[in-house]
Design a protein around this ligand. Structure first.
Ligand code: NAP
Length: 645
């Protein structure tokens, strides 16, 4: 983004004109309003925008043409004149633009976040907004260990680098990418659109797909690591065994296990755990699994040499991972038997298999603000615009099947899609139609799942699995279905966060004892009392279960972490810790909110709750609320130095 539109934009008007034809007219209209301040375009477009994603171009063709022509003229004029573009719109206009973009009323809660997103300097990672920038000598005495070189670890490294703070990344894998390196199962990809699922400061205007597969995502993170020269600051194939805080020295001792098995200890002022939540595969505890004669694979630890073609495959699990595996392998296997314990709600998305046209890529890269407004539309469609559908209405009269009016509308929409896909096959429909409210478990995007289920070589088994025998899987009714290989798409050990690392804070406090086996809690998902200078990315109650974008969450957390580091370094302190009362109040608020949200609904099981029913994994807030609370650093919530330990 820029304060001026480059003169080069006017050099090839035909290219500009052609590219504008491929771009979304609603998004172009928002750019036009921003560049001209002319709100009559909002009035003209508003009646035709029924939702943030204008998949079916509900706007009449003549209006789309008018918008494109007007924007073309405006862009050429700015490019030729060199006039600076107008300031970011003020609150009332921005609210009007966001509401028009969303096709519904967007409150002014979003103004500050949107203004920050539209402001040019957000094109780079900001590091720390120093008040009194420390000297190099002061900064030289401070270092951070980042555990993990996945999405959140790379983000932390980039921001520390911008701030001039020394760091080392410790990564157990041979390369960067985390989830996108580890999850190599067939069909692996995102179900959050890429133009939203990317760092805010590092947009990729060249995504080939709207919903990329693993390789394209992994490439993105590899490129980010290269662009910011992070490899040379990363120790690969090295695992953190423990991090122990020394109260007297106010330093962390981080013990590493190197590739050759030997141990080494580093010292650092602060530690950022960026190990992610979903990376320790959970095999099903089904009797006899060890007796199976063929390979047993897990989606999270995929053997890339495994060839499924021509084989009889059994797949256990139909969550987000299993939902991607089965349609990918079904055409090539001899038979596929899918064992489904619970069905998922599945939503169609017209863009799911969409390829991004060259013209759209060009507009994203060259037309100012287009990418930002498109990102807002995605933000609304895949995150905050859904939030109202997650809140339990205590007066709702169909509490078994939905939780409020908006939630019920989602249910009706998805049920209609399922019925349309399965046609007359009422037996199959009965198996796949959930009997719980939408969003109580993760919603999946239809990737030809239902078409796959209708294939002659595919069987969906909903009987309980009794045991695994050497030749296959035995269902509760005694039927044994033979298999050459078993694919477990059975999820991850999410609840025992940060395991197996030993983490000891002030006075030797053991983090795993504080949390118990499955009750991780942290202030804004990031800091735990008694653990000074220790920060957790994607920690407790920060996962998103309704859509959203984990990168956005990690970016919010880094705002909190960088503010905490600023206070620490500028204040010449040695230690910062969250106060127990601030932590307790935040956890209480999270728990209170969750009692009124769909993930607490007893009609469905999910991996977000622990054995006591407490929701430990997911965020109850709207993203805008989390953005605001992590942007605002509240000094009274923190203790320093001796008080911090
Ligand atoms: P998951 O959502 O936990 O699903 C595990 C599946 O295995 C469920 O269908 C579960 O049934 C079944 N299962 C587990 N143990 C079983 C047993 N003993 N017997 C029979 N069935 C069993 O795991 P996941 O699919 O790997 O996804 C985990 C999370 O990773 C997702 O929620 C998402 O956050 C993330 N993810 C995202 C994407 C994406 O963006 N496209 C892709 C993959 C993963 P129940 O439902 O009855 O428990």
């Amino acid at each position: 983004m820029t304060d001026q539109i480059p003169a080069s934009l006017a050099k090839d008007p035909d290219r500009l004109c052609q590219a504008l034809k491929s771009a979304d007219a609603a998004t172009l209209m928002l750019v036009l309003v921003q560049l001209t301040g002319d709100t009559h375009w909002l009035d003209l477009a508003k009646p035709h925008i029924r939702g943030p994603m204008n998949y079916h171009e509900t706007m009449p063709e003549p209006l789309r043409d008018q918008i494109r022509t007007a924007l073309f003229d405006v862009l050429i004029d700015f490019a030729q004149s060199g006039r600076p573009v107008p300031a970011i719109p003020g609150g009332a206009l921005l609210t009007n633009m966001m509401s028009t973009a969303a096709g519904e009323v967007v409150s002014d809660d979003y103004v500050a976040m949107m203004r920050a997103d539209l402001t040019p300097q957000t094109d780079k990672a900001q590091g720390i907004a120093w008040r009194n920038k420390p000297s190099k000598a002061e900064l030289d005495g401070f270092s951070v260990v980042i555990i993990g070189a996945g999405m959140s670890g790379l983000l932390a490294a980039i921001q520390l680098q911008e701030a001039g703070i020394a760091f080392q990344i410790i990564e157990k894998n041979p390369t960067v990418g985390g989830t996108w390196f580890e999850n190599a199962y067939p069909g692996c990809g995102v179900d959050t659109p890429n133009h939203f699922y990317s760092y805010a400061f590092e947009p990729n205007h060249n995504w080939d797909n709207y919903f990329s597969k693993r390789q394209e995502l992994w490439d993105y993170f590899e490129n980010v690591a290269n662009h910011h020269a992070l490899r040379e600051k990363t120790r690969f194939e090295t695992e953190v065994v423990s991090a122990i805080y020394d109260d007297v020295a106010a330093l962390w001792s981080v013990t590493l296990r190197k590739a050759d098995g030997t141990l080494e200890t580093l010292s650092a002022n602060a530690v950022i755990s960026a190990v992610g939540l979903l990376n320790r595969p959970k095999l099903p505890d089904i009797p006899g699994i060890e007796t199976f004669k063929g390979p047993v694979l897990h989606t999270g630890k995929w053997d890339e040499s495994f060839d499924w073609r021509g084989k009889h495959i059994a797949q256990i699990g139909t969550g987000a991972s299993g939902h991607q595996v089965a349609p990918t392998i079904a055409p090539d296997v001899e038979s596929l038997t899918i064992y489904q314990r619970s069905p998922h709600w599945v939503v169609p998305n017209p863009n799911y298999f969409g390829v991004v046209e060259d013209g759209v890529k060009w507009v994203l890269a060259h037309v100012p603000y287009y990418a930002r407004w498109y990102r807002f539309q995605l933000f609304w469609a895949f995150a905050d615009g859904l939030h109202a559908a997650l809140k339990i209405d205590p007066l709702w009269d169909k509490p078994g099947q939905s939780i409020n009016k908006a939630n019920d509308q989602h249910r009706v929409f998805m049920e209609r899609h399922m019925r349309r896909e399965l046609g007359e096959d009422s037996a199959l429909l009965a198996k796949v139609l959930p009997d719980y409210p939408p969003y109580a478990k993760r919603i999946l995007i239809d990737n030809h799942w239902f078409k796959m289920l209708k294939r002659p070589n595919v069987e969906l088994v909903t009987d309980k699995i009794a045991r695994i025998v050497p030749e296959g899987i035995e269902a509760a009714d005694g039927t044994i279905r033979p298999a050459d290989a078993i694919i477990c798409a059975t999820g991850f050990q999410a609840s025992h966060m940060l395991a197996p690392m030993e983490i000891r804070g002030a006075g030797g406090l053991d983090l795993h004892q504080v949390w118990g086996p499955d009750d991780a809690q942290a202030y804004q998902g990031t800091m735990v009392p008694g653990f000074p200078n220790f920060f957790i990315l994607l920690g407790p109650n920060t996962a998103l279960a309704h859509g959203g974008n984990a990168i956005f969450i990690a970016e919010c957390q880094m705002q909190l972490i960088m503010n905490a580091l600023r206070e620490l370094i500028e204040g010449h302190h040695k230690a910062i810790s969250v106060r127990p009362e601030a932590h307790k109040a935040n956890v209480q608020e999270v728990d209170d909110l969750h009692t009124g949200m769909v993930w607490s609904h007893k009609g469905a099981n999910n991996w977000y709750r622990n054995q006591h029913g407490r929701v430990f994994a997911v965020l109850p807030y709207r993203l805008v609320d989390y953005w605001r609370m992590t942007t605002h650093f509240e000094p009274s919530h923190f203790a320093f130095d001796d008080e911090a330990v």
